[in-house]
Write a protein that binds this ligand. Structure first.
Ligand SMILES: Cc1cc2nc3c(=O)[nH]c(=O)nc-3n(C[C@H](O)[C@H](O)[C@H](O)COP(=O)(O)OP(=O)(O)OC[C@H]3O[C@@H](n4cnc5c(N)ncnc54)[C@H](O)[C@@H]3O)c2cc1C
Length: 497
């Protein structure tokens, strides 16, 4: 039996593992941390559970190709999909605007808020409604598609193609500029960065309105554990913690094994690098083997930006819900540098009572940053005490701001944990500590995904979210599945799995 070695037990690596076992390979996953899941994780603090990842999981609607991946991999096994009546609420200058699942209600409230924007609002909502039908292709890798697959994709992606045309050459900033009301402009950019292409907002909100984008009960860590279980039930083996240092090539340029940080050499026939691609091409393989599209993204960060986040989890000794979901608001009081977004996201997890002790709740706050934030925090981290002190100072300011804003929380909030891009870099080897892949912008010369094949090495496939910018769980899972279809093709076997 041929052996597939997977480097990285994040969602991409775990999903790849499940499909490799289903395809009859002997499969081993090597993960540097004790717990699998990568960025799709969570951790316990003082009786609370801090969920790191899933705010929104595309593919929870049965019947789609993406849902089949989640169901094949056991991701949604035996759990309820939690849904909400709203995507999020944006707040500015005392006014609020909510993106409801009921798009008619959103449209009505937007027009009431800003009658002068009515024409643009109606156009935008029309495009969001069209986007409800779009399904992410998740069945066959592009290079393996036959005429039937292409026709099928044109059918499921037809609306998206139309939308790409409507918003051609525009980014989210251009879309925002079509509106006069500052709160509508904010609401659009609270979810999609200003540099992202303009179709990002209608596609995302359209997907949400379609009823997709639920949250699997139990959160991110539990979902990763269910995929691990499916993999192990199928006979796969997980080695964790096991940090991979190198992919070993023979003189003919064929990969023959991996070396681990404890010096062991593990042999294999095929290899899937499902960890961060910058790490892969800086440590596991030579940089010159990197695909040109990916290289272009790393060499021109201004045209392919990555971001970062400063995050705090607070315990609240009260079950009074002052947020009612996820709220994006101004952050001038706590904005600690120009590279920090002027808006923050505040979220509670009241839809998951098990995340906090009875009668209490957990709040999480996110401050977005450009990649200058990475520079700032990684330099500060050279002095561990200064890094810790600065984190706590900023978290303390956020606590003060929230207690002032929500008087019932006065004196009842406590900092549980604070983390920065340095955390994701340390934990997952994530490039600049970002939790997704680069963003394709108007300035990007390459508007296609990078190649998953490695120059001069035939039996290594690259998976992970960086293969489908801007990343996220769906891209990670799809690339995990595709990596095994690519190996099957190389083996001359049937690639449908
Ligand atoms: C705060 C936050 C919120 C998010 N919200 C959402 C959301 O709502 N919806 C959504 O779709 N996505 C969301 N994401 C993004 C999502 O978590 C990621 O896109 C996804 O988990 C990436 O999966 P991956 O397998 O490609 O990469 P990773 O999760 O980075 O997995 C790579 C794995 O490789 C391991 N590794 C690295 N180097 C080595 C080595 N040398 N040896 C062995 N193992 C190694 C790492 O430890 C890691 O486990 C969020 C992320 C964060 C952090």
């Amino acid at each position: 039996m041929e052996k597939v070695i997977i480097i990285g037990g994040g969602i991409s690596g775990l999903v790849a593992g499940v499909y490799a076992q289903k395809a009859g390979f002997e499969t081993e996953i090597y993960e540097k941390n004790t717990v699998v899941g990568g960025e799709c994780t969570g951790w316990d603090r003082e009786g609370y559970y801090i969920d790191n990842c899933i705010h929104w999981l595309m593919g929870t609607t049965p019947g789609t190709d993406l849902n089949k991946i989640w169901s094949d991999s056991g991701a949604l096994d035996g759990v309820k999909i939690l849904t909400s009546d709203k995507m999020y609420t944006s707040e500015l200058n005392g006014e609020k605007l909510t993106l409801w699942k009921d798009i008619d209600r959103t449209e009505k409230e937007m027009v009431e808020l800003s009658p002068e924007d009515e024409i643009e609002i109606r156009n935008l909502m029309k495009n969001c409604r069209s986007a409800r039908k779009v399904q992410i292709p998740a069945r066959t890798p592009a290079e393996q598609m036959k005429i039937g697959d292409l026709l099928r994709m044109t059918f499921t992606m037809g609306t998206a193609l139309k939308m790409f045309k409507v918003y051609k050459g525009m980014d989210t900033q251009d879309l925002m500029n079509r509106f006069q009301h500052p709160l509508i402009r904010c609401t659009i950019s609270d979810f999609c960065t200003k540099e992202s292409l303009a179709h990002s907002f209608p596609m995302s909100y359209g997907n949400y309105v379609s009823g997709d984008g639920g949250i699997p009960q139990g959160g991110s860590r539990a979902m990763a554990q269910r995929i691990r279980k499916r993999f192990e039930d199928l006979g796969g083996k997980v080695f964790a913690p096991a940090s991979v240092e190198k992919i070993v090539l023979n003189d003919a340029g064929k990969a023959i094994g991996i070396t681990l940080s404890d010096g062991r050499l593990i042999h294999g026939d095929y290899f899937v690098a499902a960890c961060d691609t910058d790490y892969t091409f800086s440590h596991l393989l030579d940089r010159e083997r990197m695909d040109d599209v990916l290289r272009e993204a790393y060499e021109h960060p201004e045209a392919y930006p990555v971001y970062g986040m400063f995050q705090v989890a607070f315990a609240v000794d009260s079950d009074v819900d002052m947020l009612n979901g996820e709220i994006m608001m101004e952050s001038s009081q706590v904005r600690f540098a120009d590279f920090v977004s002027p808006r923050i996201t505040v979220k509670n997890f009241n839809y998951e009572p098990s995340f906090a002790p009875a009668g209490k709740q957990i709040l999480q706050v996110m401050l977005g940053m450009t990649d200058e934030g990475w520079k700032y925090w990684s330099e500060l981290n050279r002095d561990k005490e200064a890094y810790r002190a600065r984190k706590m100072e900023i978290a303390g300011n956020i606590l003060k701001m929230l207690e002032e804003k929500y008087p019932p929380y006065q004196g009842k909030m406590k900092i549980l944990d604070v983390w920065t891009p340095v955390t994701y870099h340390r934990y997952c080897n994530a490039y600049k500590g970002y939790n997704q892949a680069y963003t394709i912008t108007k300035q990007s010369r390459q508007q296609v995904y990078p190649s998953p094949f490695v120059k001069g090495v035939d039996n290594v496939i690259i998976a992970g979210q960086w293969m489908s910018a801007p990343g996220g769980l769906p891209g990670a899972a799809i690339q995990g599945k595709y990596s095994i279809q690519r190996i099957l093709k190389k083996c001359g076997r049937k690639t449908e799995i």
